[in-house]
Design a protein around this ligand. Structure first.
Ligand code: AMP
Length: 189
């Protein structure tokens, strides 16, 4: 059963629904030094494997975003979350992919990583002019990926209404790269 943000997740056997931030804290696993030393990777697979908790997280991501036209997800884990959010909101899903993965003509946006750079792409016909787009990913870290994706969507003639993520790693300062964009995180660390 869908659950709105703040209402919490599935009911326990003898208690009230577990709040979504607590669900995430319990079911998102910390993996130290992955994919490289010094990085604490937030592994969402235990959350995805729990159907009721996954549903609660999807509902919490979707809550408060009525009136949008599309949901865009960032490859790859963003797809897993954005597609059910789009279904729940009754709008279309647009995949934002890494370079070279989309078959048709694309807009591309390159951004800097700690070492080197990366490029995200979207089909040129993915959005109608003026589309209101909710952007979704699993984790907001430095904000580089989300900033590049938001720019890509704007260049496509659409408007990014908000970024919604499961977890924001606030100590990495990602919001500073997203001026003017509403950022909603279900759990801020
Ligand atoms: P960033 O561009 O630094 O905000 O990184 C965001 C992207 O990298 C998202 O697509 C995340 O899935 C992924 N990411 C960055 N840091 C982590 C982390 N500690 N755990 C899991 N995913 C991460």
């Amino acid at each position: 059963m869908p659950v709105a943000a703040g209402q919490g997740g599935p009911a326990g056997p003898a208690g009230p629904p577990e709040p979504v931030p607590e669900l995430l804290a319990r079911l998102v696993r910390d993996v130290p030094d992955y994919p490289q030393p010094g990085v604490m990777f937030k592994d969402i697979t235990p959350l995805l494997a729990d159907g009721a908790a996954f549903g609660a997280a999807v509902s919490a991501l979707a809550a408060g975003h009525a009136g949008i036209d599309k949901v865009a997800g960032i490859e790859a884990r963003g797809f897993i979350l954005a597609a059910p959010v789009a279904c729940q909101l009754g709008v279309g899903f647009v995949p934002v992919r890494k370079l070279g993965k989309l078959p048709g003509p694309t807009h591309a946006q390159t951004y800097e990583l700690e070492y080197g750079n990366a490029t995200v792409e979207v089909h040129v016909d993915a959005f109608e002019p003026g589309d209101r787009v909710l952007l979704i990913d699993d984790v907001l870290a430095t904000g580089g990926t989300a900033a590049a994706t938001a720019e890509l969507i704007r260049r496509s003639g659409a408007e990014v209404t908000a970024l919604a993520v499961l977890i924001e790693l606030g100590f990495l300062g990602g919001r500073a790269h997203l001026p003017g964009l509403e950022v909603r995180a279900l759990l801020a660390l």
